[in-house]
Design a protein around this ligand. Structure first.
Ligand code: PBG
Length: 328
């Protein structure tokens, strides 16, 4: 083996064209999924305070936004709904005329070349803000799973392209797969939030989705932040139950988990760069403490480098514009 002074690793770093040639991780717009929040009403575009550039939108505004997203050639959006009416069992989550069902139909009727992914969970729809049906302060697993399966089917009936369960109940993937197949939706993939941690990084999302739990927290179903072997077991069981794409969430502080999931299972792997990750970069950039554009791209490349095939990110539009601007 050659050694210094024959070997000089800097040789490939002097010329920008050489650097371009040897770069190992290339981010493209095909990697992005853009999260959007839909509310009832008309002509609404409410800024989310803790997430600069993110809005709650009524369906008319959302459709225009989706046209914009498609024209940037971002392949997919993921929708979160804030219903008119919340109750103990999250009825609007699986109502044929729920906010998401209406939004999916409107996007599918008006926007071409855009995948619509729907988040399946009850927390935005329950009066108590928990991800399922309660008995006292307990979230009942199996009762919740039946409602999630109903919700998934109603999203498919509205025209959703991919179903993304984010609740972390046990057995929800097989229940959703069976329910979809029974209704003939055998071709709709499931992107499971497989390793989803009980994270403080979701703070701003709960403002955007109005889904903060009225009491307690989500630690009885979301994972302990300290565990990675358990993440492998979560991902494995979702794959056995029929998940087509598995997700790790959050992303930036869990790059080791993304790496292990991709290495071990080799399935298409998604990572969610969540609201708090976005908000921290935006806030530091607004203060002039970091170069926002540079750190945005660095955070996304890092997630892809760790093994993610796709990234759910509030930066999708900004990053797509950056890639257009810098494309040779
Ligand atoms: C649950 C859901 C949450 C997020 C995505 N789906 C919130 C939670 O688990 O409390 C968080 C996403 C983000 O922080 O950007 N429906």
């Amino acid at each position: 083996m050659a050694n210094y002074p024959l070997k000089r690793l800097r040789r490939l770093r002097y010329n920008p064209l050489v650097r371009d040639m040897v770069r190992e991780t290339i981010l493209t717009k095909d990697d992005f999924i853009y999260p959007l929040f839909v509310v009832p009403g008309e002509k609404i575009k409410n800024p989310v305070k803790s997430m600069p550039g993110v809005f709650q939108m009524s369906i008319d505004t959302l459709v225009e936004e989706c046209k914009d997203v498609a024209s940037l050639r971002i392949p997919a959006v993921i929708l979160f709904g804030i219903p008119d009416h919340k109750d103990e069992v999250g009825s609007e989550a699986y109502s044929p005329n729920g906010i998401i069902q209406q939004a999916v139909r409107a996007i599918k009727a008006n926007v071409k070349n855009l995948l619509v992914i729907t988040d399946v969970c009850l927390c935005e729809y329950t009066s108590h803000g928990h991800c399922g049906v309660l008995q006292g302060e307990d979230i009942l697993n199996d009762e919740t799973v039946s409602l999630l399966a109903k919700e998934a089917v109603s999203h498919a009936e509205a025209g959703a392209d991919i179903i993304a369960p984010s609740d972390m109940m046990d057995g929800r993937i097989i229940a959703i797969r069976k329910a979809l197949d029974y209704k003939g939706y055998t071709k709709i993939p499931i992107m499971s939030y497989a390793a989803k941690y009980a994270s403080g990084f979701y703070g701003p999302f709960r403002d955007a989705a109005e889904s903060t739990p009225a009491f307690g927290d989500r630690r009885s179903h979301q994972m302990d932040i300290a565990n990675t072997n358990e993440a492998m077991r979560e991902v494995e069981s979702d794959i056995e139950e029929g998940a087509d794409i598995v997700m790790v969430k959050p992303a930036g502080a869990y790059l080791d988990v993304i790496y292990r999931v991709k290495e071990k299972f080799g399935l298409p792997t998604a990572a969610y760069q969540v609201s708090g990750e976005f908000a921290m970069i935006k806030a530091a950039a607004q203060n002039g403490w970091i170069d926002g554009e540079r750190v945005m791209m660095e955070s996304l490349v890092a997630i892809k480098r760790a093994g993610a095939d796709m990234i759910l990110t509030y930066f999708a539009k900004d990053a797509a514009k950056y890639l257009d601007k810098t494309r040779k």
